[in-house]
Design a protein around this ligand. Sequence first.
Ligand SMILES: [Zn+2]
Length: 286
Amino acid sequence: MKPTPITAPPADAAARKAVRPVVCYPTQSLPRADLSAYRAVRDGMELVGTVVVPPRDAACWTVPAGHFFRIVSTEGAQVGDLNLFNANDLKERLYTGKTRALNGTHVGLGDQLFSNLPYLRPIATITHDTLDWYGFDEFGGSVHDVIGTRCDPYTHNLLSAGDHYHHCCHSNLTRALAKATGMTLPEAEPHIHDVLNVFMCTGFSRDTGQYFMKASPVRPGDYLEFFAEIDLLGCMSACPGGDCSSEHSSDAASCHPLLVEIYKPARLPEGWRAPAINGYDRSHGC
Ligand SMILES: [Zn+2]
């Protein structure tokens, strides 16, 4: 429990709290993807690969720049914890913090996922989302967040007085990346990063600001689709929390596999070019 405040509010407390917020990053200046150009090449695209992510486990796949990939619910409500890397340089990877600052707490149709500093460029664009009808619910919840981190055995150990659980998303992702790259587990683990929580329904409670989750609205047949802006290595865990309606970091929840489909369009979106790495000169004023 957090302690109650010990400081008496100042006389102008109400006025200070009534100041209206401004959006941190004016998104009018953020170049938005030309969604219609991407969507124009989806018709007739060819399925060129599939990967099944087993429940309580993870798997990797690669997608060339200019291809699409979908994360598909096939058997039941299931959340996926997604890591994305530059397939040619694992140092460049999804940066959920800046993706969140630029797009909002949850991502969807037309949003772009950004890579870490110093690369900071769009690495994937969301081109279809069958859950885009969900929006925000009465609790402030929405789907596909970039606010959570990933369930991990260290936090579980901390909160459970020393228990060891080996199928948290962090461990699943570590094992899958090690297998895909030939790295040892200690080599692979530092590459695992904060995730895009695919299909997960989350928010912050309005009264206490606590991160909450609720049963995912995803149903078999739903999918989230991305366009690969660069050559991508994807790695995703089918979370041991299943639909994340109650708990994770245990074998209690009912879990399902997730399917990844990779598609090759007949042509590239009109006017599309692979984004260059960020243009800042990196002199830092020196
Ligand atoms: Zn998880």
